[in-house]
Design a protein around this ligand. Sequence first.
Ligand SMILES: *Cc1c(COP(=O)(O)O)cnc(C)c1O
Length: 468
Amino acid sequence: MDRTLATDLARLPELLEATRRTAADALEALDARPVVPPVTPVTPVTPPRDPEPLPEHAAGAESALTAFAERWAPRLSASAGPRYLGFVTGGATPAALAGDWLTAVHDQNSNSALDGSGQDLERETVSWLRDLFGLTDAHTGTFVSGATMSNTTGLAIAREWLGERLGVSPSEDGAAALGPVRVLSGAPHSSIAKALSVLGLGRSSLVPVPTLPGREAVDPAALDRALADTPGPAVVVANAGTVNTVDFDDLRAIAALRERHAFWLHTDAAFGAFAALSPDHAHLTDGLDASDSVCVDLHKWLNVPYDSAVQFTRRQDLQARVFQNAAAYLGPLGARPDLVHLTPENSHRLRALAAWFTLRAYGREGHREIVERDIACARALGAALEQDPAFRLLAPVRLNVVCFTLADDPTPARLAALREAAQEEVFVTPTVYAGTPGLRAAFSNWRTTQTDVRRAAQALRTAAKGTV
Ligand SMILES: *Cc1c(COP(=O)(O)O)cnc(C)c1O
């Protein structure tokens, strides 16, 4: 063994202690440090121009820790903190963080029954999540890296279902065996088109269906007509929580269309599924269980570290047909296929552990409190911006996102200037809603409080006065 490596092994408890101190300091600083560090030539956190050369000789973990703390940590954003409101970004609850650390400690490849406890832990976690979102045990679930991978996996199962209906096998003979495919959706997330590209169905298989007036929710009557115009079986992607205005398709109305039309119903509930935790909003997810496949992100509103999502489906048999990985040492599929046969990956990080920890630690009540507090924060920021003549809301605050713009001349350049002027205090991301450039503030971090809302509103007001 290399001498430095041997020394690190001998000093492992000390190294872990040093790492723990670094971690605690970083978390302690989250509230006070810039949400997104400034990028100017005069600050010490200017991005490094050139990558350093590969180290030739061992310097040990402590040296790497110091180099990271000096050179990289200050340049990272405070995305784990309470005022990073860009995209839809969760943090990591204390228990989730502990679970994630221990995931690396145990370093499991939990993909097969030959060494099966990791799979069992994942199955227990999936059953808790199912319960959390009001899904029945008709759905099985598998962990994947994010909602994009969950959508891709769900649509891969949809592709195999189309094959079953048409008497061909896309997994054996390729997607071309299906002929043209139509994937109907009102306001799908960008990852749906990406998934269709990956799956060989093509981005152009996505057929936009009109939404309700002034809404991002699909018009069920228009979907009914679009299905009637579709020759052969189709795929419908229902959206339970759009990223701009957190609008929800009427899942029950969509599912009812199956009485007249043959289609696979995939629901993208990446963060919208968490509405099920709030008694006042749970109705938005009514009918979710009727979906053939469901996508839920966990690194967003469950507040586990990146990367984590879950893919639910009622047709694990078709899932295994797509993803089965035949090898002499892996054995037959059986009635309960190993995880190696259920997702694009073969090796399978025990990423369920962080979710297991936070659910075990805080339960349904604890996570409901996070969801409801975030919703209240979004409402409060929406109200503050609405009262300010510099801003106007582009949509009502339906759940946890405020979609807003400048009252006067909201050009992308002016909005970018505003965003950048505010981003040491609050980070929001650009969008275009109904043709108007705007900004989004999404609340999904467990740390965020009304104090953060006041700081965010103040920063946006000051930025609007100073820069535009
Ligand atoms: C975030 C999101 C995705 C993509 O999620 P990743 O975790 O970034 O892959 C898909 N759909 C919706 C509705 C989302 O909010």
